[in-house]
Design a protein around this ligand. Structure first.
Ligand SMILES: [Zn+2]
Length: 220
């Protein structure tokens, strides 16, 4: 799952209006932020295997540290604890915890049974990725709902707040569709470095447009 994770971050703003979107989006993405790093260091393995599921050419051979339910609970607690120590803001802390763990649930829906409960444990997955139409319907609907919640919970203070946000949403949709219908990646290194580059661009960008929008205290 890709933009479905962003949906969770966008939706969280309503419940944690004082938290930056950089943090609220990083939480549900955390598994996919750690994963390319662990792939590059060789702790986790992925293989390019066109047709593995209809939606993705990737075979997630092993990713216990970034993608097991147990480790995501550990990462969620660590991220939440650091955030709470710095901010003393409970709604944001809770949104982070739920966001990080939500990654497992959403990937469990889309992946074939490769999502471990704990490192070395049984692996599960409902395999929505075997249907391109089903995957896109679920993810785009989720994304639309999350973006709509964010747009209602906040208000643009200036042109950056409006257009940098709209451009962000459009770019994510374009990447998502291009990824779904584009050719498979050439190498594992290309997958990992593309994922790292996406994080480096998308998280600060979210921080930027979010600073140019104000939260409505009482959503109408
Ligand atoms: Zn993932």
């Amino acid at each position: 799952m890709f933009i479905g994770h962003f949906a969770v971050g966008f939706g969280a703003k309503r419940f944690a209006p004082r938290s930056s979107m950089a943090v609220l989006l990083a939480a549900p993405q955390l598994a996919d932020i750690l994963w390319p790093i662990f792939v590059l260091t060789g702790w986790e393995q992925v293989r390019i295997d066109p047709g593995n599921t209809r939606f993705t050419p990737l075979d997630f051979v092993s990713y216990p540290w970034s993608h097991s339910l147990l480790m995501l609970c550990v990462w969620a607690t660590a991220f939440g604890a650091i955030y709470y120590a710095l901010s003393r803001y409970w709604p944001g802390t809770v949104a982070i915890w739920i966001g990080v763990v939500s990654h497992w649930v959403l990937d469990w829906v889309t992946h074939r049974p490769d999502m471990p409960l704990y490192p070395g444990g049984a692996r599960y997955g409902l395999g929505l990725w075997n249907s391109i139409a089903g995957t896109m319907a679920v993810e785009i609907l989720m994304f639309a709902a999350g973006v709509w919640m964010y747009a209602r919970a906040t208000r643009a203070k200036d042109r950056i707040g409006r257009y940098a946000f709209v451009a962000y949403v459009v770019l994510l949709l374009v990447i998502y569709i291009a990824d779904a219908f584009g050719p498979p990646p050439e190498s594992v290194a290309e997958i990992a470095w593309t994922a790292v580059a996406a994080v480096v661009v998308l998280i600060p960008w979210a921080w930027w447009f979010d600073r140019h929008r104000s939260s409505k205290d009482k959503p109408a």
